[in-house]
Design a protein around this ligand. Structure first.
Ligand SMILES: Cc1cc2nc3c(=O)[nH]c(=O)nc-3n(C[C@H](O)[C@H](O)[C@H](O)COP(=O)(O)O)c2cc1C
Ligand code: SF4
Ligand code: SF4
Length: 253
């Protein structure tokens, strides 16, 4: 029984959820796109696990569907499932994912969302601490197990289309485009290059012994939360979310 998960994660929440799915082989969407991993022609299950970004799907997931799955024959995939992690407002992200899949001739058989500790800082500027993280996880433990069982049993549960889908889709597509953002590298940077390994957009370079954030950022906050020197700053933001994965597990390169 082959079960492959394509995961996009920045701060580790989605990776931690993917690990709960039984007998699954997990690969970053970036590995598919960069040719480091090739999906076998025929597999029993394909999972897509990702965070909700600005009410919709993150740019790397859009690319995975359009530029990777969309370029191959997917008739050998038996069951496609998706899990969206979010911090309280999943909006119509799963329905958007279903639309993207339908556009390339694939069908989503199962979709579920899970509320996770918040990793996004621009709205509430203080990062969640350890106690808040544990409390948030306790609340969803049963739900995660339930989702894992559903997937093992190939339950069919197609996400509902939701109200305001077109509005959210337009908004999220625009908001999730890579761009220059207000993240800055401060004088605390030691040039250790950890952020260059974890950035999902390969958007950080080391110049003159210091990190430089370039102009293709998707505001995922991985560099902010994972810098060992807390050297990446965002206006008025405080603290780092330590997340649910080891920093090394988030290395893309
Ligand atoms: C750019 C960005 C936009 C986000 N937008 C939403 C949103 O619209 N609704 C929501 O509930 N959570 C939102 N979040 C929170 C993430 O979905 C949530 O923290 C997720 O679990 C992070 O997953 P990861 O750790 O796998 O990257 C957003 C996070 C980021 C970084
Ligand atoms: S992880 Fe932090 S200290 Fe290391 S290079 Fe990046 S910004 Fe600098
Ligand atoms: S520069 Fe930082 S916030 Fe922007 S995409 Fe890379 S890791 Fe994410």
């Amino acid at each position: 029984m082959s079960n492959v998960i394509a995961v996009y994660t920045a701060t580790g929440n989605s990776l931690s959820i993917a690990k709960h799915i039984k007998n699954a082989e997990i690969h970053f969407v970036e590995d598919f796109l960069n040719g480091r991993y090739t999906l076998p022609e025929s597999i029993d299950k394909l999972g897509i696990v990702f965070p909700v970004y600005c009410f919709g799907i993150p740019y790397p997931i859009e690319r995975f569907i359009r530029d990777y799955l969309g370029e191959r024959n997917n008739s050998g995939i038996g069951y496609i499932y998706a899990i969206a992690t979010h911090s309280g407002f999943p909006a119509t992200a799963l329905a958007d994912l279903e639309t993207e899949l339908t556009n390339i001739g694939c069908a989503l058989s199962y979709g579920a969302s899970v509320k996770m500790p918040r990793a996004y800082l621009p709205l509430k500027r203080k990062a969640v601490g350890e106690i808040e993280t544990l409390a948030a996880l306790n609340k969803v433990q049963n739900r995660i197990e339930h989702i894992a069982d559903d997937i093992e049993n190939e339950v069919i549960a197609i996400p509902s289309r939701g109200i305001g889908r077109r509005f959210f889709r337009k908004l999220s597509r625009e908001a999730n485009k890579p761009r220059e953002v207000a993240l800055e590298v401060t004088g605390r940077c030691t040039g250790c290059a950890i952020c260059t390994h974890i950035c999902p957009m390969d958007n950080i370079t080391i110049e003159g012994g210091k990190a430089r954030i370039n102009d293709r950022c998707i505001s995922c906050f991985a560099c902010y939360h994972r810098c060992p020197e807390n050297a990446v700053s965002w206006p008025k933001a405080e603290g780092q979310y330590k997340g649910l994965a080891e920093t090394k597990e988030l290395y893309r390169r």
